[in-house]
Structure formats: structure tokens, C-alpha cells
Design a protein around this ligand. Structure first.
Ligand code: ZN
Length: 148
């Protein structure tokens, strides 16, 4: 991760610990090769349409920006699952990531804007002001940036 994002993530994790919330970083920066592998195996497994919706094409993943992180918890066996949004940890994230400069990047009900399925585990660093605005207004990064 990039340095400012990594520092913010550390602060987020230490606040979680204080609140008795067990969250772990699952994956951050992925190299191009790794991303290509993930995308290609999704295509072979599920077809190009599903692959496009659920995993970024090589070169497009936010994980390559060094600003995104997937997080999960023992309560869901460290899986990246939409059910995470219903867990105590997933709900804690929604409440607490903005003050550390993160957003839930692919929210539920905004798939038509982000082009991605709901990912309650994927947080993206945008800085504190933008994060609080985006999460309070219940909008996406695309809307915040005026791209839609
Ligand atoms: Zn992710």
C-alpha cells in the first residue's frame, strides 16, 4: 500500500482492536501478473461477462493503485463474501472507515454506477474529507468525482 494509506489502515486496525473488532488485511497491492492470473482464471471458470463484473481486468484493479485493501474476519473464515456486510465487523467498517479516510468502494445498490458487484470487504483510501462526504451522502467515488 502507499504510505499515507498504509498509515491510515494501521490506525483503522488499532481502533478496531480497541472496539473488540477482529479484522485482518487479506490482500492489498497485487502485481500485474497476479491480477492477470486472477482475471484469466475467472474467465475460464465463469465466462467473460461474470469475470468483468467481479474482477478487474489486468491493469485496472484498484489494488494496483496501492490505495485499496480487502479485509475480512474469522467470523466468515476470512472469506471475501457479501455476507460480510451483515456481520458485526462489516457493519463496524461502514461506521468507522470514513474517519480514517477510507470508503466501502463498491456499495450495495450502486452496481450500475461502479460496474462492480457489492464488495463489503473492499476499502479504498480517498482521504478523510472525501471519505466522510462520500459515506455520509451514500454516494460512490464516481459520483463524488463527477464522472456520472
Ligand atoms: Zn478488493
Amino acid at each position: 500500500m502507499r504510505q499515507d494509506a498504509a498509515k491510515a489502515l494501521e490506525e483503522l486496525f488499532s481502533e478496531a482492536e480497541k472496539d473488540g473488532i477482529d479484522i485482518y488485511a487479506i490482500s492489498g497491492y497485487r502485481s500485474y501478473d497476479r491480477q492477470e492470473y486472477i482475471f484469466t482464471s475467472k474467465v475460464m471458470e465463469r465466462g467473460i461477462y461474470v469475470a468483468n463484473q467481479t474482477s478487474a481486468k489486468p491493469g485496472e484493479s484498484e489494488h494496483q493503485t496501492g490505495l485499496a485493501m480487502d479485509v475480512s474476519s474469522p467470523s466468515v473464515n476470512f472469506q471475501l463474501t457479501q455476507y460480510y456486510g451483515h456481520t458485526r465487523e462489516g457493519k463496524w467498517l461502514v461506521e468507522n472507515v470514513p474517519k480514517h479516510g477510507f470508503i466501502i468502494r463498491y456499495p450495495e445498490g450502486k452496481e450500475y454506477i461502479t460496474g462492480y458487484n457489492y464488495e463489503p470487504w473492499h476499502i479504498r483510501y480517498v482521504g478523510k474529507n472525501a471519505a466522510e462526504f462520500i459515506m455520509n451522502e451514500n454516494i460512490t467515488l464516481e459520483e463524488y468525482l463527477g464522472k456520472v
